[in-house]
Design a protein around this ligand. Structure first.
Ligand code: BTN
Length: 241
C-alpha cells in the first residue's frame, strides 16, 4: 500500500475529513494528519482531546473483506502500532481489546474505526488513530493517560513517529491481505493486557466473564457461566482486583 499524506493545521476531526474524501473515491492509503483537532472523537461517542504535539491522523483502507471481519483491522492496527512503538522507542506497549494502547497501566492511545459497506462488503474503512506523543494530557480522563514524551522523559519528533507507525501498518496490512489474520492473532496474544477475568458491559448490564482469546474475526471470546460468547463492539471493563 502506497500512502499519500495530507497535513492540515487544524481540523474538527481527521476521521470526518477522510470520510468525505472516501465518499468521493479517494484511494486506499490516503492519510490525513492534523496538528490539532477541535472536535476529536473517541470510541463509543466519547470526546478525544487533541491539542498540538500529539499524533492525530486517519488512514483510508478499502480491504476486500466483509463487515463481519472489520474487527480484524481494528486489532491489526493496534498490534502494528504496538510493534512500531516497541521497536522504535523500546516502549513496553500493550493492547487492551479491542484497540487501546497501554503503557504501564496508562492509556497512550486509541483507534476509532468508521466504515461504509454495500451488500455486507466493506466499501471504505477509515482508521482514526490518536497517540499522545508530546501533547499536554487531558486532566479529566476516564483512565489515567500517558504520552510517549512522559514515558521517555524527552520529546519525540512527530515526523519519526508517523514514519514508523505508517510503515508498520502498511507492512502488516499487506501481510494480512496476502496471508490472513492468524499472524496478527498470535502477536495479539503476546501483547494483550486484559486480565483473565473481565466485566463485560452490555446494554442490559454487566456480566463477569473469563477471557478465552481472540476469534478469527477479531472478536473477544469469553466464557460467561456455562456459555461461550464472542464479543464484537461491546465495552470491556476491567474487573476490580
Ligand atoms: C479511543 O480510544 O476512544 C479512540 C480515539 C481515536 C482518536 C483519533 S485522533 C484521529 C482520529 N480523528 C478523530 O476524531 N478520532 C480519531
Amino acid at each position: 500500500m502506497r500512502t499519500q499524506i495530507q497535513i492540515c493545521d487544524a481540523l474538527p476531526s481527521t476521521n470526518d475529513r477522510l470520510k468525505d474524501l472516501a465518499q468521493w473515491g479517494a484511494p486506499e492509503g490516503t492519510v490525513i494528519i492534523a496538528k490539532e483537532q477541535t472536535s476529536g472523537k473517541g470510541r463509543l461517542g466519547r470526546r478525544w482531546d487533541s491539542p498540538r504535539g500529539g499524533a492525530w491522523f486517519s488512514l483510508l483502507l478499502r480491504p476486500p473483506i466483509s463487515v463481519e471481519q472489520a474487527g480484524c483491522i481494528a486489532i491489526l492496527i493496534a498490534v502494528s502500532l504496538a510493534r512500531a512503538l516497541r521497536e522504535g522507542w523500546g516502549m513496553p506497549v500493550g493492547v487492551k481489546w479491542p484497540n487501546d494502547l497501554y503503557v504501564r497501566g496508562k492509556k497512550l492511545g486509541g483507534v476509532l474505526i468508521e466504515l461504509s459497506s454495500r451488500l455486507d462488503k466493506i466499501e471504505w474503512l477509515v482508521v482514526g488513530i490518536g497517540v499522545n506523543v508530546n501533547n499536554a494530557l487531558p486532566t479529566e480522563a476516564r483512565v489515567p493517560p500517558t504520552s510517549l514524551a512522559c514515558e521517555l522523559g524527552r520529546p519525540v519528533p512527530l515526523e519519526e513517529f508517523f514514519e514508523r507507525a505508517l510503515a508498520a501498518i502498511a507492512h502488516d496490512y499487506e501481510r494480512f491481505l496476502s496471508e490472513g489474520f492468524e499472524f496478527v492473532r498470535q502477536r495479539w496474544q503476546g501483547l494483550s493486557v486484559l486480565p483473565p477475568r473481565v466485566l463485560v458491559r452490555t446494554g442490559s448490564g454487566e456480566i463477569a466473564a473469563e477471557v478465552l482469546g481472540l476469534s478469527q474475526s477479531g472478536k473477544l471470546v469469553v466464557r460467561t457461566g456455562e456459555s461461550v460468547r464472542e464479543l464484537a463492539a461491546e465495552e470491556v471493563t476491567l474487573c476490580p482486583p
